[in-house]
Ligand binder design. Structure first.
Ligand code: NZQ
Ligand code: ZN
Length: 385
């Protein structure tokens, strides 16, 4: 296990009616910018409850943050926030809205002479950010209690991330009842995204981080256990609550501590979304199986551990590793997330060439836990997707 320092400052309020905590978290008299997406928060009860809990604050709204939030949209919120001299941000929605809230919180506080796009890709040192609170409605990304944000610039097909401790939400409200209105597609997406956040930090090589391995295996087993129920019976409160907590724990910071990490599936996936507009989890579901096959020699020991402990498979390492990849792909299909590019109308040969060009342009040319996956290797993986 490698040395590590761990600190996650986000206070989590989990469960029914925890939205009332907003009243304690946001000081009375604050000038709040409430940011959200296309209106789902008005159908799942979150909007009314947030407005009630913030009745001692002055609230300005910014709606319309789209999935895979766009720089141009977020900059409109930054302009509004500066005009209104906002001093708090509340982001209510899925990962896109919360990621958007992180960018807005950093960009409003940035010297206006600087180009805010420099925040994305960590090309500038942030001195401060406005305080941010998250109200989660879609369990998937873990964004509600991490320091990462992913922003897209559509005109140039750039989907890039930044990480900064200043944008950790001060608090996050995780009330599973807000996820009751999710369509099947987003339930499946959320489970697959959380699953692959876990594998990115776990399916590398044995590194003696025994607690982290068991955490990863517990999260994966829980998602396998409750994911299909959450899909088949959205009214099942236990399934909903455990999916929400599992997705949070997958990217809260604990699983990857002291571990080698991969993240190549995410790097390739972000390019597929930038190129073809596929949902984030769809890009991961098509990429992970061929990536595991292409890197089997390096990952075999961990894949065998995963196959035995998570899927109860038997046999020698090579056989268990192969069976584990098949079981993983089958699980994504059972969650309603197709694992072949042609299911999304994308030609694998076209995608392979374009993804390689994008990865080269973005300097993502040494991917994976060994830093040895080149854009040409990634092209072969995408061609097999
Ligand atoms: O816009 P609204 O109306 O809210 O509708 C959304 C959106 O259309 C809808 N939705 C959300 N909650 C709902 C609901 N519909 C009904 N009932 C509810 N309770 O779901 C749609 C998708 O929302 P989105 O926020 O885009 O999904 P997700 O949470 O999967 O977020 C994806 C984004 O997060 C980034 C992805 O790249 C992508 O841009 N990621 C962020 C990460 C992070 N910050 O750590 C890590 C991830 O790997 C990921 O890259
Ligand atoms: Zn993800």
């Amino acid at each position: 296990m490698k040395p590590f320092t761990f600190h996650n400052p986000t206070r989590i309020h989990f469960g029914a009616d925890q939205i009332a905590r907003l009243r304690d978290e946001v000081p009375a008299g604050s000038k709040v910018l409430l940011v959200y997406g296309g209106g789902s928060i008005k159908r799942n009860g979150a909007y009314d409850q947030i407005c009630a809990a913030l009745s001692d604050c002055s609230v300005t709204e910014f709606a319309g943050i789209e999935p895979n939030p766009e720089f141009e949209t977020l900059m409109k919120a930054v302009t509004l926030g500066r005009e209104q001299q906002i001093d708090w941000i509340i982001a209510a929605g899925g990962g896109s809205v919360i990621d958007g809230g992180k960018f807005i919180a950093a960009a409003i506080a940035l010297d206006p002479a600087l180009d805010p796009w420099l925040i994305v890709g960590n090309k500038i040192k942030l001195e401060r950010a406005l305080p941010l609170g998250a109200v989660l409605t879609l369990p998937a990304t873990g964004s509600e209690s991490n320091q990462a944000s992913v922003v897209t610039r559509r005109a140039t097909q750039d989907k890039m991330s930044f990480k900064n401790p200043l944008v950790f939400p001060r608090f996050a409200v995780l009330d599973p009842s807000f996820s009751a209105t999710l369509p099947a597609r987003q339930i499946g997406n959320g489970v697959v995204d959380a699953f692959i956040h876990t594998t990115e930090q776990y399916l590398t090589w044995p590194a003696g981080a025994l607690i982290q391995d068991r955490l990863a295996e517990g999260i994966l087993q829980t998602l396998i256990e409750v994911g299909p129920t959450a899909l088949a019976k959205p009214e099942d409160e236990t399934a909903r609550a455990n999916v929400m907590w599992a997705a949070n724990q997958a990217l809260f910071g604990l699983v990857g501590l002291g571990q080698p990490q991969d993240w190549a599936t995410h790097a390739i996936g972000h390019e597929l979304t930038a190129l073809y507009g596929m949902d984030h989890a769809q890009t991961l579901a098509v990429t992970l199986p061929p990536l595991l096959r292409a890197t089997l020699a390096d990952k075999q020991a961990k894949l065998a551990q995963y196959g035995r402990r998570v899927w109860n498979l038997q046999g020698d390492d090579a056989s268990v590793a192969e069976q584990a990849i098949v079981a993983t792909q089958d699980f994504f299909e059972r969650m309603g997330v197709a694992t072949r590019l042609d299911a999304y109308g994308v030609d694998p040969a076209d995608a392979a060439q374009k993804v390689a060009e994008q990865l080269t342009r973005h300097g993502r040319d040494k991917l994976g836990e060994h830093g040895k996956l080149s854009p040409a290797d990634c092209a072969r993986i995408v061609a097999a997707a």
